[in-house]
Write a protein that binds this ligand. Structure first.
Ligand SMILES: *Cc1c(COP(=O)(O)O)cnc(C)c1O
Length: 443
């Protein structure tokens, strides 16, 4: 018997067993993976990722059918090679933010022509690398973020005897109504070019012979849970498209970035298909039906496809707070420490109320990791009936967790497993301590 899916977490469900309940991701019992591979352990559902992608594909279906849409997975959300491979095989392009990410995409079999390169601080070396990718054919587009970057890219491209395809990231100055650290489309943000400067900057770009203007882009923030900021940004960007084209500079594509949120804890972001139906209708209504549409989703493709499994090491009751110390920490799951983010934390095998009323009491816990920082917490005020040796799952751990993980406290980064039906495949081995000091040099 299967109980309903956990809300917002496709393919994650408790199944009844003779002794109680067990948490499954697709057809795999997570407790078995924790035992087989150790913890902390990231586990991802292949189907959840493909379903999330399918929602975008439905929303953009009319343009995709004409070859006029490109879904560029923003791999900084989760850059494991097997995940990139999965999206490449599903027809995705990629939004990269470094030369390292370019190498990852190529190593995973991604198509260089479907790569767009974002970021405020591209180096000359990274520009050369991107211009020469794909046996010299180069990547699909550079999303340029400043006037100074335009001039440098022009110089580098000219030096390589190439013409760099460019889009300019404009700042539509709309409030994405998200956490200040992940809001990027407001004035006073380091990203993009101010709305008022855009036409002049495009005119400048059009005069540089090492560049070819192909598009316009924006990205207004992350974990956006309303459709309004997207609709507002689209109107602002289309105003610019019309002004830029009136100045004699045609644009082939419009890139509306990523940023769609996921349900971490009762969040209700719009569905990707409904949102894109609406946005495409506005594009058509304003006469831009012939333009190609690019998008750059990250979190919404992978966030709720993943969980991080962890083991309870110690319970430490206190006068003011009870601590539940687990073996995953801020180096594995940096979002709580970094953004005060909320991740649900649930037991892999919840105790029945009879069991919980017996030797194991239900208490309010601070769930914390072993790292020597007070900021190393995973959840505040969590009601749990646990004891040492129990396993927990930290939910919504598919995005901005493993890709942000570090070796702080010389903790090796966790292993990763991808599940498909009843099959589980290790897609990244656990790092050893020796891995983490491999590049150190003794005196
Ligand atoms: C981070 C980023 C994205 C992806 O954002 P999500 O919130 O993960 O969808 C897309 N485009 C750019 C330019 C980014 O920096």
């Amino acid at each position: 018997m299967t109980t309903p899916l956990l809300p917002g977490h496709p393919h994650l469900a408790y199944r009844a067993t003779p002794s109680g309940q067990d948490l499954y991701l697709e057809g795999v019992r997570l407790a078995d993976l924790a035992r087989a591979h150790g913890t902390p352990l990231f586990v991802y559902s292949r189907q959840a990722m493909l379903d999330a992608l399918a929602a975008y594909q439905r929303g953009l279906a009319s343009r995709l059918a004409q070859g006029k849409a490109l879904i560029c997975y923003a791999l900084k959300a989760n850059s494991s090679l097997a995940i990139l491979q999965l999206f490449a095989r599903a027809g995705c392009g990629f939004d990269i933010v470094s030369g390292g990410e370019l190498e990852r995409v190529l190593a995973a079999g991604g198509d260089p022509a479907r790569i767009i390169f974002s970021g405020v601080g591209k180096t000359r070396a990274e520009m050369r690398q991107a211009l020469n990718a794909g046996n010299g054919a180069g990547i699909g587009c550079f999303n340029v973020e400043s006037e100074a970057e335009l001039d440098v890219l022009n110089e580098v491209a000219t030096g390589q005897g190439k013409v760099a395809p460019v889009s300019i990231r404009v700042n539509p100055d709309v409030d994405a109504k998200t956490h200040p650290y992940i809001s990027t489309g407001l004035k006073g943000n380091k990203f993009g070019i101010a709305h008022e400067r855009a036409v002049a900057v495009y005119q400048h770009a059009a005069r540089l012979r090492g560049l070819k203007v192909v598009g316009i882009d924006c990205h207004i923030g992350s974990q956006i849970t309303e459709e309004r900021p997207y609709l507002d940004a689209l109107e602002r960007v289309l105003d610019l498209v019309e002004a830029i084209e009136a100045a004699g500079i045609p644009l082939r594509h419009i890139d509306l970035g990523g940023g769609l949120g996921i349900d971490y804890h009762g969040d209700t972001p719009p569905a990707a298909d409904a949102l894109w139906h609406k946005l495409l209708a506005r594009l058509d209504a304003r006469g831009h039906g012939a333009k190609a549409i690019y998008i750059e989703p990250g979190r919404s493709l992978v966030g709720n496809a993943g969980v991080c499994l962890t083991e309870v090491l110690y319970l430490k009751p206190g006068e003011q707070k009870n601590f539940c110390i687990v073996d995953a920490a801020m180096n594995d799951l940096p979002r709580p420490a970094m953004y005060e983010a909320y991740h649900q934390i649930v037991p892999l095998a919840p105790r029945t109320s009879a069991q919980a009323g017996g030797t194991v009491s239900q208490l309010n816990y601070e769930v914390v990791g072993p790292v020597c920082e007070s900021g190393d917490w995973l959840g505040h005020d969590r009601v749990l009936a646990v004891q040492a040796g129990d396993h927990l799952a930290v939910l919504s751990a598919g995005a901005y967790c493993m890709s942000m993980a570090s070796n702080y406290n010389t903790r090796g980064r966790a292993a990763e497993v991808l599940v498909q039906g009843e099959q589980a495949t290790v897609i990244r081995r656990r790092e050893s301590a020796a891995d983490s000091f491999r590049h150190d040099i003794l005196l």
